[in-house]
Design a protein around this ligand. Structure first.
Ligand SMILES: NC(=O)c1ccc[n+]([C@@H]2O[C@H](COP(=O)([O-])OP(=O)(O)OC[C@H]3O[C@@H](n4cnc5c(N)ncnc54)[C@H](OP(=O)(O)O)[C@@H]3O)[C@@H](O)[C@H]2O)c1
Length: 317
């Protein structure tokens, strides 16, 4: 079986999203290669442990750095698919991705490139600055990939469930699930897509070998992951048996928080404003360039929000 599956290289394997990609690739039976920076392993015990877990799971660890072009070409020659999870927070994501794209072209054997995305559809995104410019880099990368003729799949159209919103039952600035009151941005009726990171990785790896996703944008919109904030709170109230006082925060106040609020929450407000008020994870899918993951891969047993919320309930002995 493994013989027919593509060999997958994960660049950014020790990062937040990369580790889920390595796990999914191994789990789905792909010969998996994780690019790991040697310094990271020697300096960060947590990441060293993570790399050990990759090895135990059966992934091949390749020590290296994307800036070592000679070695990068040798690595690329050994694989069929590249999944990139370099961070959008680096000021040189565009340059790094272009370097990868050029190396992929030079190697000539890569059947699919999956660039670092996994969030909103950045080409059609209505989000406030500076998030717009920061994420706009990903749109520039898409354009470059198309210009260079590298076979690709873009994976996007959702928010990462566990990264921020789900553990707080959709709130911004809270430290956990609501207890007595809950703050809702806008009217709470906008639908938003929240997909568990593991499921994003599963769909990404499934897409890597599938001709239906070649040179397409694959949106992640499994029906059980589409929910409004009000609906999420309804579910939470039902699970806890406790009614919450709902405080609705008008859009103007959300914008004020983005422009003048504490620096540490501005980014979350920007993303929440785009997702929970402006509905930016629910844009229409243009079927000439876009496909939806759960329609393509109905066999994937993803985690609906309803089930994910159960994981937040206190454990009773
Ligand atoms: N984090 C989230 O919650 C989230 C949510 C939605 C979407 N996303 C998207 O997911 C993508 C990945 O973001 P992330 O948060 O997972 O990034 P991250 O945690 O910062 O991970 C970046 C990875 O890139 C590696 N890396 C950096 N420079 C490298 C180099 N020169 N050579 C080889 N490897 C290098 C890092 O290695 P070291 O471990 O050695 O530093 C790390 O493994 C981004 O497009 C982001 O926008 C993230």
């Amino acid at each position: 079986m493994a013989g027919c599956l593509s060999r997958i290289l994960v660049i950014g394997s020790t990062g937040y999203f990369g580790k889920f990609m390595v796990d999914a690739s191994v789990r789905l039976g792909h010969p998996t290669f994780a690019l790991v920076r040697e310094n990271t392993v020697t300096s960060d015990p947590g990441k060293a442990k993570l790399v050990e877990s990759f090895k135990s799971a059966g992934a091949n660890i390749i020590y290296g750095d994307i800036y070592d072009k000679e070695k990068l070409l040798v690595i690329l020659k050994q694989v069929d698919v590249v999944i990139c999870t370099l961070s959008h927070r680096t000021p040189h994501l565009y340059e790094d991705e272009v370097m990868l794209i050029q190396a992929i072209k030079e190697a000539g054997n890569i059947k699919r490139y999956i660039p670092s995305e996994f969030g909103f559809d950045v080409e059609r995104l209505d989000i406030m600055e500076p998030a717009k410019s920061l994420l706009g880099v990903k749109a520039m990368v898409r354009q470059r990939i198309r210009e260079e003729g590298v076979p690709y799949t873009i994976v996007c159209g959702k928010l990462a469930a566990n990264w921020y919103f789900l553990p707080k039952v959709g709130q911004v600035g809270a430290s956990g699930p609501p207890i007595d009151t809950v703050r809702i941005l806008g009217d709470g009726n906008t639908k938003v897509v929240l997909v568990k990171e593991e499921d994003t990785a599963t769909y990404t790896v499934k897409a890597a070998d599938d001709p239906r996703t070649l040179n397409k944008i694959m949106y992640l919109r499994p029906p059980g992951c589409v929910i409004s904030h009000n609906e999420m709170i309804d579910l939470w109230e039902k699970k806890t048996g406790k009614k919450l006082k709902r405080i609705y925060v008008p859009e103007e106040e959300v914008i004020k928080n983005i422009q003048e609020g504490p620096l540490e929450t501005r980014g979350s407000y920007m993303i929440a404003h785009a997702g929970f008020i402006k509905g930016q994870t629910m844009i229409d899918i243009d079927s000439s360039i876009g496909v939806e993951a759960s329609e393509l891969f109905p066999e994937v047993k993803y985690s609906p929000i309803d089930v994910l919320l159960d994981g937040l309930l206190p454990v009773n002995d």
